[in-house]
Design a protein around this ligand. Structure first.
Ligand SMILES: Cc1cc2nc3c(=O)[nH]c(=O)nc-3n(C[C@H](O)[C@H](O)[C@H](O)COP(=O)(O)O)c2cc1C
Length: 317
């Protein structure tokens, strides 16, 4: 069994990527196609570790509006054409990616503490909190997170592709992570993107972090056609169309001798095996869980069954 064993003894094998289940681990009520899976137990969140949507210290308006989420979240084909949401849900095999320009829309840390953390606590989730911001802001958040029972890891989002200032250089990133380590004993993950000098960044912070996760890519890294989110700067793209970029990142990081474990995105079931074979130590579910809400649970259950069968076979031999 592959797994990231963290310094606080929490194990990471499967992760729900930031953005999938919102700020409180519950997800979004407007995702009506998720309702049947919720009601029938086809989503079992105990099988993975949830990463919260990225939190900033001050409240942030961003581009997302709860009454019109589809303005900033689009399903796209292999060629980058927009697929209307209902059509994509009826014919998910046409969907190869999810474009989003949500940005860092959020309630701010103080409100999250009052409104969202109690839900996490009540549900008994042990979550990874994704944070971003200046050194001072991240330090403040980290100090408080350290006191909370249901937080197992801090993920520093060093790469929000929707925010220009999100693409920080490795010195700034290192300084911010150092500040987080000064304020908290929680293990730290760093989230980086193909659009950055990801090997340099990973090398720079290697001694401070316990794992690396991958963010979506800016639209124009993947498609030459205009983005349906052009008025928001193009937005970010994730999902199957990005897999070749994630694989290149993994191969470059492993090839450069980066010593920290890597959490790699999954779209199809076979990606789990391939991720581990290529050197990843854990898997994350982002866009796939957006389009097919039951898939993360289905895949993990199937993976467990296969592991059990392999173990049984081994013991017979
Ligand atoms: C609608 C949406 C919102 C997202 N919000 C965040 C976020 O707040 N913070 C973050 O670090 N990543 C965010 N992501 C990126 C995912 O966490 C994940 O890293 C990315 O989608 C790549 O994985 P995938 O190809 O499996 O989707 C978001 C992705 C989507 C589709």
């Amino acid at each position: 069994m592959k797994m990231i064993k963290l310094s606080n003894s929490h194990g990471l094998e499967f992760v729900a990527a930031s953005g999938l289940y919102g700020f409180d681990g519950q997800g979004y009520r407007w995702k009506f196609w998720e309702w049947p899976s919720k009601w029938t137990g086809a989503i079992d969140k105990s099988l993975l570790t949830i990463v919260t949507k990225t939190l900033t210290y001050p409240p942030t308006r961003g581009n997302y509006r709860w009454y019109a989420p589809w303005r900033v979240v689009k399903l796209v084909s292999a060629e980058g054409e927009t697929i209307p949401l209902l059509w994509g849900l009826l014919k998910p095999e046409l969907v190869y990616g999810v474009a989003n320009a949500v940005g860092l829309t959020g309630p701010g840390f103080e409100r999250w503490l009052k409104k969202d953390y109690p839900i996490i606590n009540r549900c008994g989730y042990k979550v990874i909190v994704s944070i971003t911001g200046t050194e001072v802001e991240c330090g403040r958040i980290a100090r408080k997170l350290n006191e909370l029972n249901n937080i197992v890891v801090i993920e520093f989002n060093a790469s929000c592709p929707n925010v220009v200032s999100g693409l920080k250089n490795s010195n700034q990133i290192k300084a911010t992570i150092l500040r987080i380590t000064e304020e908290s004993d929680l293990p730290i993950l760093i989230k980086i993107s193909y659009a950055q000098k990801y090997v340099d960044i990973a090398k720079e912070v290697e001694g401070l972090i316990e794992g690396i996760s991958f963010n979506s890519l800016p639209w124009y890294y993947v498609f030459s056609s205009p983005s349906p989110l052009g008025k928001y700067g193009g937005g970010a793209i994730s999902g199957l169309v990005c897999r070749k970029f994630y694989k290149r990142m993994l191969s470059d990081l492993v090839g450069a001798g980066v010593r920290r474990p890597i959490i790699m995105p999954v779209w199809n079931y076979q990606d789990i095996k391939e991720n581990f074979r290529l050197g990843a130590s854990a898997c994350s579910f982002g866009s796939v869980g957006f389009l097919y809400p039951g898939r993360p649970t289905e895949f993990i259950r199937q993976w467990r069954e296969e592991e059990k069968a392999a173990l049984k076979e081994k013991s017979i031999d």
